[in-house]
Design a protein around this ligand. Structure first.
Ligand SMILES: CC(=O)SCCNC(=O)CCNC(=O)[C@H](O)C(C)(C)COP(=O)(O)OP(=O)(O)OC[C@H]1O[C@@H](n2cnc3c(N)ncnc32)[C@H](O)[C@@H]1OP(=O)(O)O
Length: 515
């Protein structure tokens, strides 16, 4: 089947199946923000925002989403999963102002018999009755055949029997899920080809799960077999191993299958960040498209190839997703990696000095420490013994902490040659240090930016006396900056990372004073 110029709908279910990720619960306002970003900015075709009857909080969220969607003309693109429970789910959805029910019917004989205790005839009659009621109430109806992947394999006659009974009813999409993520691409292709041939008038959606890590590959197979819509979630959230990643599906369908999608790729990373923050589920640094490291070249040879005319470029360039390429510094760096970082910082070094700095970077990398671009000026200053980056020096610091007691700190610092002493208090040693250093820096019209992230780690297999590395991400208004500190004491590792950031910013203030 030719796939060119076909339009495939993306139905995002971050707010329904995504919320079935262990430990995830969105507040109503978080749900509204995600819904707006999905429909308005990213431009997915449809969103599923909840299961009916779950809770009062869920009802409030769905009501708010529907109010907004109606104003914006998106009302028919907001869907809610409902159960085969006669009137209850339909009434719940109606009361939220919803217009679409995704009715959860049983797609395997086993689930029908053992979970509902019904025969095919009884269940079909119940489903038809709920579809009829939903229509009377003015709702559009889609139908899930839950556990279809197992049902199609173990009880195909049940699946065909159910489809034959439901196909004449007013159902917009039949949504066939691989509920337990057990299918492989060849099985998906064969089963969807069969379903599409038997029921050519029916619009099928595919709802994948990622238990074997095959969700995106399975989406490709389903599309090749003729489905008209696929389901996915932001950051691959979803029950167990999750669904298919929205970012992966969007780029794969475009690049590998030449399909038309409405998605605006510039928003993929922003929505991934939003969902990461609201869900509390960290995105793996190597997650395709949205992971923190996926546009970073680590190997010196790769940096060299990029320097020589973009030899390592692919269609998945960072600019496409409003991101930038970076070059990691560590033991695998070469001349080209250093050059790229120096260019970014607009620093000029002689070939001789570059060699010395590179040797230090490689030896720091050898001791398992990581190096950020912002560390580079300090490594240079240290290697070349320049004091020009040393605007602030911590001369002494004592911390007092106790269980259930506020922490106190006493510091002595040198700022641009002037000595200062200060004390501070806070809920922990680091917090107390921030209080104390803030008092000193007031004299220099400098305020620390807020923390965006604070990570402490020790080398794997490390012991209690291991060096600790602290990497702090700072929200500097128009950009995020990372600085790191290394010390046996984790609070001091954080303090050293903070001193480094202050040095960078005092240096920038000195280099470009306010007019
Ligand atoms: C494929 C999927 O991911 S489906 C996701 C479905 N969404 C959810 O489950 C959302 C979260 N769930 C909930 O909040 C609750 O489970 C509720 C509100 C839906 C129901 O709660 P309760 O009434 O306490 O029942 P419980 O959670 O034990 O649900 C099981 C009942 O639903 C029945 N049931 C299972 N599937 C269906 C279905 N498709 N339609 C109607 N009833 C169903 C079961 O037979 C069982 O009924 P029984 O108690 O008479 O034996």
């Amino acid at each position: 089947m030719s796939t060119s110029a076909r339009h495939i709908q993306l139905m995002d279910t971050t707010l329904r199946d995504g919320e079935q990720t262990q430990g995830v619960a969105f507040t109503p306002m978080e749900k509204v923000s995600i819904a707006k970003a999905l429909l308005q900015n990213l431009r997915v075709d449809r969103i599923e925002v909840a299961s009916a009857r779950v809770s009062e909080g869920e009802k409030e969220a769905v009501t708010l989403i529907n109010q907004w969607a109606r104003q914006e003309g998106f009302a028919e693109r907001v869907e809610v999963l409902g159960f085969v429970d006669h009137t209850r789910s339909v009434d719940w959805i109606k009361s939220t102002g919803g217009q679409v029910i995704n009715l959860l019917a049983k797609g395997s004989e086993k689930h029908c018999r053992e979970q509902l205790g019904k025969t095919l005839d009884q269940h079909s009659a119940d489903v038809l009755q709920t579809i009829g009621y939903a229509h009377e109430q003015g709702l559009k109806v889609n139908v899930y055949l839950e556990d279809w992947s197992n049902g199609y394999k173990d009880s195909p006659d049940y699946v065909y029997g159910l489809m034959d009974r439901l196909r004449q009813s007013p159902v917009s999409h039949f949504m066939l899920p691989d509920t337990l993520g057990v299918m492989a691409p060849d099985e998906v292709f064969a089963s969807f080809s069969d379903m599409c041939q038997r029921y050519p008038e029916v619009q099928f959606d595919f709802h994948p799960h990622n238990d074997y890590g095959l969700a995106t590959a399975n989406v490709m197979a389903a599309v090749r077999a003729g489905v008209s819509a696929v389901h996915c979630t932001v950051n691959c959230l979803g029950e167990r191993a999750g669904n298919a990643s929205l970012a992966e599906v969007a780029v794969v369908l475009r690049d590998k299958m030449g399909l038309e999608l409405a998605i605006d790729e510039n928003h993929l990373v922003r929505i991934s960040d939003m969902v990461e923050n609201f869900s509390g589920k960290r995105v793996a640094a190597n997650a395709p498209i949205v992971g923190a490291d996926v546009f970073t070249q680590t190997a010196g040879i790769h940096a060299d190839g990029d320097q020589k005319g973009g030899l390592y470029k692919t269609k998945l360039g960072p600019e496409r997703f409003s991101r930038t390429r970076s070059y990691a510094l560590g033991k695998m760096s070469g001349k080209a990696s250093l050059k790229k970082n120096l260019e970014q910082l607009e620093l000029d070094l002689s070939e001789e000095d570059q060699k010395k700095v590179l040797a230090r970077i490689v030896s720091i990398g050898d001791s398992k420490q990581t190096i950020t671009t912002d560390d580079l000026p300090f490594i240079i200053a240290d290697v070349l013994e320049s004091k020009s980056y040393q605007h602030i020096k911590l001369l002494a610091c004592s911390i007092n902490s106790g269980l259930d007691l506020p922490s106190t700190v006493s510091i002595r610092v040198d700022v641009k040659g002037d000595k200062h002493q200060a004390t501070g208090a806070g809920s922990g040693g680091f917090d107390a240090f921030i209080d104390a250093i803030g008092k000193v820096l007031e004299h220099y019209e400098y305020r620390l930016p807020t923390l965006a992230d604070f990570e402490i780690r020790i080398p794997k297999g490390g012991h209690t006396s291991a060096l600790t590395e602290c990497v702090i991400t700072w929200d500097c208004g128009n950009e995020l900056r990372k600085t790191r500190g290394v010390h046996v004491n984790q609070v001091f590792a954080g303090i050293l990372a903070t001193i480094k950031l202050i040095n960078i910013q005092l240096h920038e203030m000195a280099a470009s004073p306010k007019a």
